[in-house]
Design a protein around this ligand. Structure first.
Ligand code: GTR
Length: 422
């Protein structure tokens, strides 16, 4: 009886401490041995021999990710219109233009509004640009009283000024450390950002809000989750950027941090108009290999965020070995376009080494397409980016997107974009 009581207590104690009994593995020696699926072998076992074969193999891999991980993006088109909400032709002491544009996406009587905040340097025309979602509203990106405060649902996550699921004036500029806009402008890049919650609010509401409302869907096993919804939203912003004359729409890099990095990667896969793709600490379901079982796992992410992926992804809870794909193949789908992945040393939850190994294992596809991929197989030292067509860096510190990271992204983009504008 005593033993039963003791084990019941221990179970209750560990379940409370670690949430459903989950303890992350951070020990390389405790990882299972795993074999990564080869992106250059067709599902029927036949090897991919040339670039033409790859076109067909790519379709197979995209299908696997759609059916098993992110869900299927509806093919139906929406009607897009835009209106300028505000504009400052002399931002940053006259060096930049800041404007906010509202995109209205309409379908069958439903509408979705995406507010795009754009900073463009006046020194470059047309401007190469980074497009990235923000986590808490455009008004948190810069301390500028003219930026509209989001009216979309906002998670009450303890931020300054958060008032029961709505945002307030006090949040203005609270995320400037993630957005070194002045430096970006000085380097000749523009930046466009949208609050991710405009496209799809980040909570599990049973498929009723955001993109799901727009498409009036009933969820099934392969219906798209929020990550795919966010990715789709990035493409709608791209639709608009293609019409914006001041922007060089052939030089748009799509970027995202963490959950938004997962979305940026999927957007880069689905939409070839993104010329460069950047993943900042995207971790599980992003750049990190799932089969390593290090840090966040498939089961854990599906339990914490049941709305992010398709329901079929849950088949692989504690069964990563059964996954017919792994995340290096997601990166390979971006080939031959430049791809940059970065990690932070203390961000073990996102598995830095697993993110790096994805880059290495995506490289054979780049090479088949005549590009370098990631140069070599050695894990880079801290603060020493290594770049080929795939670039990677790891920096000291925690899970965040920092001015140092942005500097590396711009160095990387310079290598591909700058030669075309001088
Ligand atoms: C964590 C989640 C990660 C990552 C992160 C973030 O809670 O487990 O996959 O996406 O959130 O977005 O900051």
């Amino acid at each position: 009886m005593k033993t039963i009581l003791l084990s019941a207590f221990l179970f209750f104690f560990s379940a409370t401490l670690f949430g459903q009994g989950f303890v992350a593995n951070y020990d390389e020696s405790k990882m299972p041995s795993y074999t990564l699926p080869d992106p250059l072998i067709f599902n029927n076992g036949v090897p991919v021999k040339n670039q033409n074969d790859w076109k067909k193999r790519r379709i197979e891999i995209v299908d696997l990710f759609e059916n098993e991980v992110y869900g299927k993006t509806p093919a139906a088109k929406v009607h897009l219109t835009s209106k300028v909400l505000s504009e400052n032709l002399n931002a940053f002491n006259g060096k930049a233009i800041r404007k906010e544009v509202q995109l209205k996406l309409e379908k069958d009587g439903e509408e979705l509004l995406l507010n795009v905040l754009i900073f463009l340097p006046k020194s470059v025309k047309p401007v190469p640009l980074f497009l990235a979602y923000n986590f808490n509203g455009n008004h948190t990106v810069a301390k500028d009283p003219e930026i509209a405060i989001t009216t979309s649902w906002l998670k009450s996550n303890g931020m300054v000024g958060n008032k029961a699921e709505s945002s307030t004036e006090l949040q203005r500029g609270t995320d400037v450390s993630s957005w070194p806009v002045e430096e970006i402008i000085a380097r000749g890049y523009g930046v466009a950002t949208v609050y991710c919650g405009d496209a799809d609010p980040d909570f599990d509401d049973g498929f009723k809000n955001g993109v799901h409302k727009l498409f009036k869907e009933v969820r099934n096993g392969s219906s798209w989750g929020t990550i795919a919804g966010w990715a789709w939203g990035l493409s709608r912003v791209m639709d608009y950027l293609e019409k914006e004359k001041a922007v060089n729409s052939k030089q748009v890099a799509v970027l995202g941090h963490s959950r938004l990095g997962k979305a940026a990667l999927w957007a880069g896969v689905k939409d070839p108009r993104f010329a460069i793709v950047v993943s900042n600490e995207s971790g599980c379901g992003g750049a990190a290999l799932s089969k390593r079982i290090y840090g966040e796992t498939v089961e854990r992410i599906n339990q914490s965020f049941p709305h992010w992926f398709c329901e079929n992804f849950r088949k692989y809870n504690r069964k990563e070995e059964d996954l017919p794909i792994d995340q290096h193949e997601l990166l390979a789908l971006i080939a031959p376009r430049p791809l940059y992945v970065c990690s932070a040393e203390e961000d073990r939850w996102a598995d830095p080494k697993g993110e790096f190994l994805s880059c290495v294992n995506a490289s054979p596809v780049y090479q088949l397409l005549g590009k370098e991929g990631f140069p070599g197989k050695d894990f880079p030292e801290l603060n020493k980016p290594v770049t080929g067509t795939i670039g990677y860096h790891i920096r000291p510190g925690k899970h965040a997107i920092t001015p140092y990271d942005w500097g590396c992204f711009m160095n990387f983009a310079d290598g591909f974009f700058k030669k075309n504008r001088e």
